[in-house]
Design a protein around this ligand. Structure first.
Ligand code: NAD
Length: 314
């Protein structure tokens, strides 16, 4: 049995990762300060193999006993969160990543950094392979997140090269599923919340910007495969099935049977125009590819939103 420590384990992705690692027979230590996560995400986990530590990882932290894997996911992840918490986002990318890497070093654990497709910025090549260095505006409102993640990647490689820590970097592309917060501002939960309440779906710009959406179960499988591999270079994990945001809004209207119309709002600053992962590296080196179709993943997500949530919260 391995012991896995997950920073940000009470968040959207972290809580799914906790559950999956426990199902696979591991011990899990979930570390979170609940800044954007919630105890409700991990409430259903009832096993002595699970431990929750309420900690802010921007300060030095320790845990007792052996740790075999550190999955470092803690960070605000939605544009409205990092706009609200710009300094915290930079601190968690810098100090938080230092502290998580330091812990992995002391424990001789394998370390996995949850990075992001946002390191590619508004990309000039399509789809984006890991060899692309990106086109990021460091001083725009999104810079706090994009540059924190780019710094965290540089730091991870420095701990690998100079400190001998066994590290991996995953560049996560847009992922959706149950437990996203209905008001977190990301496209899928926003559209589902609006559709389930028959409100207009608010699409930014003319909706022609593209995204590629990965279902959470596929993403978690990729994260674990990468952590359990011996790879050190970044690996894209995402679903290459690309569509425009207008198409996504129309699909959610269809799947929910909503009577909503689509309305258009101003495009946020530095919003990427295109986004699609090149997943050749994940396919070739991990044998990983997404399995869940967009329609199936959206149906699951819509069901969880309509069943699990207090409708007044929508
Ligand atoms: P989330 O906001 O649901 O989860 C982040 C978690 O980190 C929360 O539980 C939050 O409370 C915790 N956290 C934040 N600061 C902390 C601190 N100082 N100390 C301890 N805990 C702290 O977001 P998510 O969507 O689950 O994203 C998880 C990770 O995956 C993030 O690093 C994000 O950048 C990355 N990522 C996610 C996506 C996506 O589509 N969901 C895409 C790319 C990258």
């Amino acid at each position: 049995m391995s012991t896995c420590l997950i920073t940000g384990g009470a968040g959207f992705l972290g809580s799914h990762l906790c559950e999956r690692l426990l199902e696979l027979g591991n011990r899990v230590i979930c570390v979170d300060n609940l800044e954007t996560g919630s105890l409700r995400n991990i409430d259903q986990i009832r096993t002595p193999e699970f431990e929750f530590e309420m900690l802010d990882i921007t300060s030095h932290f320790e845990v007792a006993g052996p740790v075999d894997f550190v999955y470092h996911l803690a960070s605000p992840a939605s544009p409205i969160d990092y706009a609200r918490l710009p300094l915290h986002t930079l601190k968690v990318g810098a100090y938080g990543t230092h502290n998580a890497l330091g812990l992995a070093k002391v424990k001789r654990a394998r370390f996995l950094l949850a990075s992001t497709s946002e390191v590619y910025g508004d990309p000039q090549i399509h789809p984006q392979p890991e060899s692309y260095w990106g086109n990021v505006n460091p001083i725009g409102p999104r810079g706090v997140y994009d540059e924190a993640k780019r710094y965290a990647e540089a730091l991870t490689m420095a701990y690998f090269r100079q400190q001998g820590v066994d590290t991996a970097i995953v560049r996560i592309f847009n992922t959706y599923g149950a437990r996203m917060r209905p008001h977190d501002g990301r496209a899928v939960p926003t559209f589902i919340r609006q559709a389930l309440t028959d409100k207009p779906l608010t699409v930014f710009g003319d909706g022609s910007q593209t995204r590629s959406f990965c279902y959470v179960d596929d993403l978690i499988r990729g994260l674990i495969a990468l952590a359990e591999s011996g790879l050190h270079d970044p690996v894209n994990i995402g679903n290459p099935d690309e569509l425009t945001l207008l198409e996504m809004a129309q699909l959610i209207v269809e799947l929910t049977g909503a009577r909503s119309e689509v309305v258009f709002e101003a495009l946020p600053i530095d919003d990427p125009q295109i986004r699609q992962p090149d997943i050749s590296r994940a396919r070739d080196l991990l044998g990983w590819a997404p399995k869940v179709t967009l329609r199936d993943g959206l149906r699951e997500t819509i069901d969880s939103f309509s069943a699990g949530l207090d409708r007044t919260a929508l």
